[in-house]
Design a protein around this ligand. Structure first.
Ligand SMILES: C[S@@+](CC[C@H](N)C(=O)[O-])C[C@H]1O[C@@H](n2cnc3c(N)ncnc32)[C@H](O)[C@@H]1O
Length: 331
């Protein structure tokens, strides 16, 4: 029986997108309609499925991570907010999607990841990208990004042009599935064994958001004035109720001294012939079908919220939370 992955599209397996006359498609399936210099708030980032976007570009082990970002989302952020040679940071870099897309685009990149299991794969992905001609430099640091300034070289203070990251959402949202005798079961959906609260995935919403605000405060110090932070986040449902992580992320950014400037949409559905083709995870599909059968008018979530912040042009110091925490720079 075929194995299903959470980000695979049951209705449209591993399909390569087809460009139309007015558009072009790049190696990771971004479908561009040349929107002009002002850009659009809706990012067509799922014209190809996740597996198609990653095939050949990422090492095979990457699939083990329960919550990888779509490469086209990271790539779009990098091209929209930086120039070649700029420095991009992902303080929760997982298997290194932000870093790989940055170095393919000629930017330099630095990542932090708490779990060595994922930072090892990020290292392998960077190596692989270089064998494919990526020109940027990149490095991954293993550690707890809530103490970002004690991990990253002090020389990088004020040097980062762009942060692209996404908080972990906990084991109910992500996962890989495998068909079994009793139907489909989740497997390998953990960041770690769940006992180590240093991984924000294993905190409650308040703990997650507090930790994320600390991470953003560190990013604020590392950003250059006018630097941009892009955070992707999705709401999730707990006991049928919506948990609004994106709004909590905006609050965390403000606490960290950042200014929210945009709330965009990164599509997880493909645009085809004037309509959207959804690419839901198995669990999302199952949950929505159950809810609708029970009379709750739920919809499939077909996008990531993209929260965009800037560090003010006149702000050269650390974020307000960073000040509160006394977050100094380790040289
Ligand atoms: C949503 S995933 C990011 C995935 C990544 N964008 C990618 O494409 O692989 C969040 C990551 O944050 C990591 N993480 C959790 N707590 C952390 C912490 N305190 N410091 C650094 N990384 C952390 C998790 O292990 C996980 O890999």
């Amino acid at each position: 029986m075929a194995k299903h992955r959470a980000d695979a599209a049951p209705a449209e397996p591993d399909e390569q997108s087809t460009p139309t006359a007015a558009t072009s498609t790049d190696p990771i399936g971004r479908h561009r309609a040349a929107p002009g210099p002002e850009g659009l708030s809706v990012w067509a980032t799922a014209q190809a499925t996740g597996p198609v976007q990653r095939r050949g570009r990422y090492v095979r082990e990457s699939v083990q991570h329960p919550a990888r970002m779509l490469p086209a989302i990271a790539a779009h952020a990098v091209t929209a907010y930086t120039q070649p040679g700029d420095l991009v940071l992902d303080p929760m870099c997982g298997i290194g999607t932000t870093l790989v897309e940055a170095i393919h685009a000629g930017r330099d990149a630095i990542g932090v990841e708490y779990e060595s299991r994922w930072s090892d794969i990020a290292d392998a992905n960077i190596k692989h990208a270089h064998t494919q001609g990526a020109t940027g430099r990149a490095g991954v640091i293993r550690g707890d990004a809530t103490s970002l300034l004690s991990l990253v070289p002090g020389a990088l203070t004020g040097q980062v042009a762009l942060v692209v990251t996404s908080p972990p959402y906990g084991p109910t949202v992500h996962g890989l599935v495998r068909p079994g005798a009793d139907g489909v079961a989740k497997f390998d959906n953990a960041y770690n064994d769940g006992t180590d609260r240093g991984n924000l995935a294993y905190r409650d919403l308040t703990g997650l958001v507090d930790g994320f605000a600390q991470i953003l405060a560190g990013c604020h110090t590392l950003l250059r004035p006018g630097g941009v932070v892009v955070v992707t986040a999705r709401p999730w449902r707990k006991h049928g109720e919506l948990v609004d992580l994106p709004s909590a992320v905006i609050g965390a950014g403000v606490r960290a001294g950042l200014t929210p400037v945009d709330r965009c949409v990164a599509l997880l559905a493909a645009v085809r012939d004037g309509g959207l083709v959804a690419r839901p995870s198995f669990f999302q599909l199952q949950a929505v079908r159950k809810a609708r059968a029970a009379g709750t008018p739920m919809h499939l979530i077909a996008h990531e919220d993209v929260l965009v912040f800037i560090k003010s042009q006149t702000d050269s110091g650390s974020g307000s939370l960073g000040d509160t925490l006394g977050g100094g720079v380790v040289a």
